[in-house]
Write a protein that binds this ligand. Sequence first.
Ligand code: DQA
Length: 141
Amino acid sequence: MLLLNGPNLGALGHREPEIYGTDTLADIEKAVAEEVGSRGWEVVSVQRDGEGDLVGAIHQYRDSTVGAIVNPGALMIAGWSLRDALASYAKPWIEVHLSNVWARERFRHESVIAPLASGVVVGLGAYGYRLAARALLHLAA
Ligand code: DQA
């Protein structure tokens, strides 16, 4: 499965821990791998700060993955090429946000990718990735 994280998420653990928690991306990768290991899935983790690189990863792993977890970071707001790449990804995928974006600034209240997602997990911190992984086990049977 593909674990895709967008801009600034490589800095998790140090970045505004009062909002995003203290788990690092490595901790999250480990947690997701734990959740899906029982099914024998491997986790391909890609974190990029640039939208084009994220688009490239979606196309690169389109056929070799069973599904995806996507935290687009701020690209949720206007990442139209990310949205179009995900539209071509014919597997289940779940959007995750660590923070409760609805409780934050207005500019975070819209996601251009959410209408395409199988589901969205918001506001549960790093634990949200575990929940998304479990949901994927269910969806990508
Ligand atoms: C985020 C929420 C976004 O608004 C923000 O730009 C991020 C992180 C989250 O996981 O809570 O980079 O996606």
